[in-house]
Write a protein that binds this ligand. Structure first.
Ligand code: FDA
Length: 498
């Protein structure tokens, strides 16, 4: 455990002048552990050795956030911002090293206002994706939004790092469908698109959370969905031909029309082909017969439903209800490790055979594979900070869960080993990774003279952002040159040459 850091009394004194005391939780407050734990999703970051915030601030409006920034800067207390708390490395609420920081927790700020006529919505960062989807469906049965699959993810972190789900092939990522934002900058000023620089507006939509100020809310362009979509989940074991099917899938799925997304979840000796089609079974069946007959999909596999019903169905299965979209008390809080990859060249069939060998080893996790192509691949790399575009066949996410702290050795080793094994078959120079699947093993910022260095950030940053990393760092240098908003993987400011 770390030596306690002395409380910054002046910081609290500053806060209480501007923010009602009931919205502030000091470490000594009885409610502090509950408030902190509320949205921790990875139990690895709940254990005592994690460095916790001195205070948790739970604003109910933008002016509270502005005050938190002003007080934090005046009294030398950093702020980490938490929306849904799903950060894989917990960087929204814990620090790896001793640090005096407070968390701005946006849990109380989750208004969604839909303008169905204009096909737009304003959504606060503290809303969870399920609340956004639900509110859209209440206003219109034929509008949707292309963000993450898991309904309890926070809008704030998901949009800040890109955000994709079953609509990625048709409509790309969440961030590219954001048309305005309200951001509290490092001076405590509330900015929107018209009052911020074009680079700042570009950076907040996909450049990762924390670095560019606190995004209070987002205006999004809603996308058309038909009244009926079709979902199927077809499991195939290795004995039933999973290897041949995945081998075919990896080139077929990225070339399908944008209306059809077929992802694969590989677990143990089984691959489950999960699809969402923006249309009815009647047109899906002949499409599958012509493009991917080997899967043997037939009308009995079809589940026709509204788009909104498909969102909990895909995540939780056929017992899921719309209430699951609104449930903020998810009790599934495993210990977890995640990594990600991008694949540009088909993985050779014998390698798929070996991968299924890996998936049944002790400590094995699962692999979730999302095909790209269509819209997500057609957008130019520099259009948003999210650079994984042309030529990507699919994204891999390696997910590993365990349920007692002491049980972590085998899954952690498996994650390292499969990541090493996959190296020859995935993107290189840099080996790309998805910013929202944060992986601290890719690198950490070094802080020199109280500023994160560009060279240390480049190591992990080019994996998440490729050539966009430098523009992000230059933008950071303009909007936060003293590196106030930072964590172990925030964008470092690049100022010297510009
Ligand atoms: P959290 O609050 O932890 O924030 C994440 C990062 O963003 C932190 O650095 C934080 O400081 C910063 N941040 C948060 N709010 C901010 C704000 N208002 N302004 C500025 N910075 C802010 N992703 C995906 O694209 N598709 C998917 O289907 C899934 N599925 C999925 C399932 C599960 C179970 C988990 C745990 C995660 C995912 N993800 C995902 C990854 C997810 O998108 C990623 O973890 C997001 O950053 C989470 O956003 P939260 O707001 O919940 O996290």
């Amino acid at each position: 455990t770390y030596a306690p850091v002395p409380a910054k009394e002046d910081f609290l004194g500053c806060l209480v002048k501007e923010i009602p005391a009931r919205l502030l939780y000091a470490k000594s407050s009885p409610a502090y552990p509950t408030v902190l734990a509320q949205t921790i999703r990875n139990s690895r970051w709940s254990t005592p050795e994690n460095v916790k915030p001195l205070y948790i601030i739970t604003p109910t409006n933008a002016s509270h956030i502005q005050s938190a920034v002003v007080c934090g800067r005046r009294h030398g207390v950093r702020l980490r911002v938490r929306s849904g708390g799903h950060d894989y490395e917990g960087l929204s609420y814990r620090s790896e090293k001793p640090e005096t920081f407070a968390v701005v927790d946006l849990n109380n700020m989750r208004t969604v206002t839909v303008d169905a006529k204009a096909s737009t919505a304003w959504v606060d960062s503290g809303a969870q994706l399920g609340e956004l989807y639900y509110a859209i469906s209440k206003s219109s049965p034929v509008l949707g939004f292309p963000a993450g699959v898991c309904p309890s993810i926070g809008v704030g972190g998901n949009f800040a790092g890109g955000g994709f789900g079953m609509l990625l092939r048709k409509y790309g990522i969440a961030a590219e469908n954001v048309i305005d934002v309200k951001v509290v900058d490092v001076n405590g000023t509330l900015l929107d698109k018209s009052s911020m620089s074009a680079d700042h507006f570009w950076a907040v939509r996909g450049g990762g959370g924390e670095s560019f100020g606190i995004v209070v809310s987002w205006q999004v362009k809603l996308v058309p969905v038909p009244p009926t979509v079709t979902v199927f989940k077809i499991p195939k074991t290795v004995k039933e031909g999973a290897v041949d099917l995945i081998n075919k899938w990896q080139t077929v799925a990225p070339a399908l029309p944008g209306d059809l997304m077929i992802r694969v979840i590989a677990m143990g000796d089984k691959a489950t082909f999960e699809a969402m089609y923006l249309g009815t079974c009647k047109t899906l069946t002949p499409l599958m017969t012509s493009k991917f007959p080997e899967l043997g999909m037939n009308p009995y596999d079809c589940n026709e439903m509204s788009w909104i019903k498909s969102t909990p169905f895909i995540h939780l299965g056929n017992k899921a209800t719309l209430d699951d979209l609104l449930n903020r008390n998810n009790s599934f809080k495993p210990f977890a490790e995640y990594k990600s990859d991008y694949v540009y060249e088909p993985v050779p069939k014998p390698v798929w055979e070996q991968i299924f060998g890996w998936l049944v080893k002790p400590g094995a996790g699962i692999m979730i594979m999302d095909p790209y192509g269509a819209t997500i691949s057609a957008t130019p790399e520099a259009a948003t900070p999210f650079p994984h575009r042309k030529g990507v066949l699919f994204n891999i996410q390696y997910v590993n869960y365990w349920f007692a702290e002491a049980a972590g050795a085998a899954p952690l080793q498996w994650s390292k080993d499969i990541y090493k094994f996959m190296e020859p078959y995935v993107s290189k120079n840099p080996r790309q990774a998805y910013a929202n699947y944060r992986d601290i093993d890719l690198g950490r910022n070094e802080v020199v003279n109280d500023i994160s260095t560009y060279s240390s950030g480049k190591v992990w940053g080019e994996k998440y952002f490729k050539g966009n990393f430098q523009r992000l760092a230059i933008t950071k240098g303009k909007v936060d040159p003293q590196d106030y908003f930072r964590n172990e993987q925030s964008i470092p400011p690049l100022v010297e040459k510009y």
